[in-house]
Design a binder for this molecule. Structure first.
Ligand code: ADP
Ligand code: AMP
Length: 236
């Protein structure tokens, strides 16, 4: 039989250590993507951003991308069924064998339940849920200055985390752009949607005993330090 790399589902079947799953929770602009990029590398975990997966589908003009774009452009959430299927498929990829840092998923109680069931099937559960908290005025400032790399979604801020050369990604040299949904009206809608549909997950995970609050209104390295401590990893 042909060999292949282990994936999340193989782990349980071979009875070895179960994957470690962290969920980064917080409103749009809180710094989830920025922190997930840094921390996933340090911990050797996959970084799964549902928003980035949708943006890749849009770029590749897939059926899912065409569907998702209508919701994203309005600042609404993409329906649960397609979002859950997309993330489940991503979690089954070989690079998730050790675990994953989820950024932007789950965003509704139905997604959280589905994630819990998926993980239960392989004998694991969400380990820790850092909630990155920030005042709304700061979120708007963060999103209006956000620039993202066309190739791989690396994130910058024109003032707080500028690239070395304006408009060019430090990591891969690709063009930086401002997201359509970072326009002020759409940002306001996205923050409202967060309060209505995603904020209930704070109680959901608090009741499970895995929620930890993090002050997101600090420099990037201070937030990283607090997150690593919350995940029980302490910075080196
Ligand atoms: P999210 O993934 O939660 O939507 P991002 O990680 O994309 O948020 O961050 C939003 C914007 O804020 C980006 O432009 C990013 O460079 C900037 N940013 C992230 N963390 C900080 C921080 N601690 N201080 C200042 N700016 C930050
Ligand atoms: P983000 O990159 O996390 O800011 O997400 C950008 C957009 O993608 C959101 O405003 C939603 O339209 C969509 N999206 C990302 N993640 C999810 C999710 N878990 N559930 C539904 N829609 C999502």
């Amino acid at each position: 039989m042909a060999t292949r790399s282990p994936c999340l589902s193989d782990r349980a079947s071979v009875g070895s250590d179960v994957p470690t799953i962290f969920v980064l929770l917080g409103p749009p602009g809180a710094g989830k993507g920025t922190q997930a990029e840094i921390i996933s590398k340090q911990l050797g975990l996959a970084h799964i951003s549902s928003g980035e997966l949708f943006r890749e589908n849009i770029k590749n003009q897939t059926e899912l991308g065409v569907l998702a774009k209508q919701f994203m452009d309005r600042g609404d959430l993409v329906p649960d069924d397609v979002t859950i299927a997309m993330v489940r498929a991503r979690l089954a990829q070989p690079d998730c064998a050790r675990g994953a840092l989820l950024d932007g998923f789950p965003r509704t109680p139905a997604q959280a339940e589905a994630l819990g069931k998926t993980l239960e099937e392989i004998g694991t559960a969400v380990k820790t849920v850092p909630l990155i908290q920030l005042d709304e005025a700061v979120l708007v400032e963060r999103l209006s200055g956000r620039w993202v790399c066309r190739t791989s979604g690396h994130v910058y801020h024109e003032q707080f985390n500028p690239p070395k050369q304006a408009g060019i990604c430090d990591v891969d040299g690709s063009e930086l752009y401002q997201r359509d949904d970072d326009k002020r009206e759409t940002v306001e809608r996205r923050i409202r949607v967060y309060h209505e549909q995603t904020a209930p997950l704070v109680e959901y995970y608090r009741n499970k005993g895995v929620l930890v609050s993090i002050n997101g209104d600090q420099p990037i390295d201070a937030v990283t330090r607090d997150l690593l401590a919350a995940l029980g990893v302490g910075s080196s």
